[in-house]
Design a protein around this ligand. Structure first.
Ligand code: URA
Length: 241
């Protein structure tokens, strides 16, 4: 562990115990759980996006989306932000008040903690791609309704296909349950590697940063999740140049 990592772990308020009698390994060896998973299945309400959309066309489609009632209460849509050639994709739940105002995911207090978590891993915000399950804020930040998730799912599915990340880090139980199409609680979903879709893209689940702000004692477990993600990433094939 280098001094920069220690700096960011401190920023995350995580106590780090470093044994002085032997060198530290940056990434642990992990057992990989071969659970098969898929993005929410298309159904009657899912939007059928035309094949071959460019990134800008997809972003524009989202900008003008009126496919669910959330368009009536949002200030603006929040498509996503980051490096279009990213190897890491970070998936949250839905924009909050700050994101609804600024049109960018994770710009509030939870976003600052997410930035610290990404820095601690050595993949700063600018290097990754960050998106949400829902592109619109829910009224009073209530949980997304299944119908809203189903109507919005095609956007995230297409974003994942186009970014083609080596690994997905999924933040929080709601994003994870919908992405992985499961009812399991976050306590069961974290600590394993899941595989998404036919490409069997690895997904690691951790606590949502907003949860970590409310329950800082879970930051140590979150750091273990990030180490699992790093170790998993190291086992994936590099993206074609
Ligand atoms: N929480 C999320 O899940 N996403 C955001 O963009 C902001 C807060």
């Amino acid at each position: 562990m280098n001094s920069q990592h220690l700096h960011y772990l401190k920023a995350m308020d995580i106590d780090v115990w470093v044994r002085k009698d032997r060198p530290q390994q940056d990434a642990p060896l992990v057992a990989v759980d071969h659970q098969v998973a898929v993005v929410a299945q298309p159904n009657d309400t899912a939007l059928q996006l035309p094949p071959g959309l460019s990134w800008d066309q997809l972003a524009n489609t989202v900008r003008h989306c009126v496919h669910c009632e959330l368009h009536q209460t949002r200030k603006q849509t929040v498509f996503g932000v980051g490096n279009l050639r990213a190897e890491w994709m970070i998936i949250g739940e839905a924009p909050g008040a700050d994101e609804d105002l600024q049109g960018e995911p994770f710009v509030g207090r939870a976003g600052q903690l997410l930035n610290a978590m990404l820095q601690a891993m050595g993949f700063p915000r600018e290097q990754v791609y960050i998106a949400n399950l829902l592109k619109c804020r829910t009224p009073h930040n209530r949980d997304p309704k299944p119908d809203e998730v189903a109507r919005c799912a095609s956007y995230l599915t297409r974003q994942i296909e186009m970014i083609n990340p080596r690994i997905i880090l999924c933040l929080g139980g709601i994003a994870a349950q919908n992405l992985l199409n499961t009812d399991s609680a976050i306590g069961q979903l974290r600590g394993h590697v899941h595989f998404l879709g036919e490409k069997r893209r690895p997904v690691v689940v951790t606590y949502h940063p907003a949860h970590l702000l409310r329950s800082p004692s879970d930051k140590t477990k979150a750091w273990q999740d990030l180490q699992l993600a790093l170790a998993t990433y190291a086992q994936t094939e590099p993206k074609p140049a």
